[in-house]
Design a protein around this ligand. Structure first.
Ligand code: KMH
Ligand code: ZN
Length: 308
């Protein structure tokens, strides 16, 4: 089995400050968590921005630019900007910072879907900010829009014009077929880095059989032209990513995907989750890829060729 790439998704746009006091929201916090994760062994940092005053998911270029240069200067990890942002944002908003930063990598969500966060609202009794409860509750009537036109625009404007390569977020079998469609149109080039996403309500559940089936179908659709990574939401995170590691896949951890480090125990830093999965995969005999090794494996343009 080849080297294993650990991605760390530092803050995301799913969790809200009332769920954990450790969720990074300011530029300082996002920078510290990101650098700690890189130090612990993450070769890719998947990044979203938040409003530093309220912790609300943000698409403001200034909020991104308050931490991107600091992370870039502080470590050699690959910076991967989300183009998913949050389902409450328009595509124009979601793309503002990635188009400006021209990163080495960006996420690309391979289909429109429900992205239901409302069950999480029931578990919170004390809200820190006014925006949090409606943000979670209104996700029962919100479509996370990623149409073929949206996907084509991201591939063209960010991929072809700015040289970014992608973390293809696939929450369902159907998303693999959409990726195949874009491969057939010549808009994406191998090797494809496919992130199988488990446990989002609206996407596939965190069942090991879903993972084996996704791998089987990706083998059929992409042959030797792809690598897969796994992320799983909440308590499914470590079991599913460990399974990915045993199957020769790559792994993603981070507070975007789970706020805990063990059952019922909040993670205080992203680095804790990176260190934990690193211990596990090394025990399994995998070698953790350095950022430059990850760049080689993924065919990235290099950290000196971004606008960060
Ligand atoms: N939030 C994750 C389930 C993105 O940023 O484009 C998937 C994700 C999407 O990371
Ligand atoms: Zn994300």
């Amino acid at each position: 089995m080849s080297d294993i790439i650990i991605t760390c998704a530092v803050t995301g746009s799913i969790h809200t400050p009332s769920m954990s006091p450790h969720l990074p929201v300011t530029a300082e916090q996002i920078t510290d968590h990101a650098l700690g994760a890189a130090e612990a062994g993450a070769s890719i940092l998947h990044l979203h921005a938040r409003d530093p005053e309220t912790g609300k998911p943000s698409a403001e270029v200034d909020h991104f630019m308050a931490f991107l240069p600091r992370i870039h200067q502080g470590c050699d990890a690959v910076l991967n900007l989300s183009t998913g942002g949050s389902a409450i944002m328009t595509l124009d908003q979601r793309l503002a910072a990635p188009l400006k930063a021209a990163p080495e990598m960006a996420s690309l969500n391979m289909g429109s879907m429900n992205f239901a966060l409302y069950p999480a609202a029931e578990k919170i009794s004390e809200w820190q900010y006014d925006w949090e409860k409606p943000f979670l509750e209104n996700s029962d009537d919100l479509v996370f829009k990623n149409t073929p036109r949206d996907i084509a625009r991201i591939l063209t404007d960010l991929g072809q014009e700015r040289g970014a390569r992608f973390e293809f977020e696939c929450y369902d079998l159907s998303h693999l077929y959409m990726l195949r469609h874009f491969a057939d149109r010549g808009l994406v080039q191998p090797p494809y880095f496919i992130q199988f996403v488990f446990g989002v309500l609206g996407g596939m559940g965190a069942d090991p059989e879903n993972l084996t089936h996704m791998v089987r179908m990706a083998d059929k659709l992409f042959g030797a032209d792809y690598m897969f990574s796994v992320l799983a939401a909440g308590r499914h995170q470590m079991p599913l990513v460990t399974m990915a590691a045993t199957m020769g896949g790559h792994v993603r951890v981070g507070l975007e995907d789970s706020l805990t480090i063990a059952r019922g125990q909040l993670a205080e830093t992203n680095a804790q989750q990176v260190a934990k999965i690193r211990r596990i995969v090394e025990e399994l005999g995998r070698t953790v890829a350095s950022p430059d090794r990850a760049r080689d494996m993924l065919g990235l343009k290099g950290a000196d060729r971004t606008a960060i």
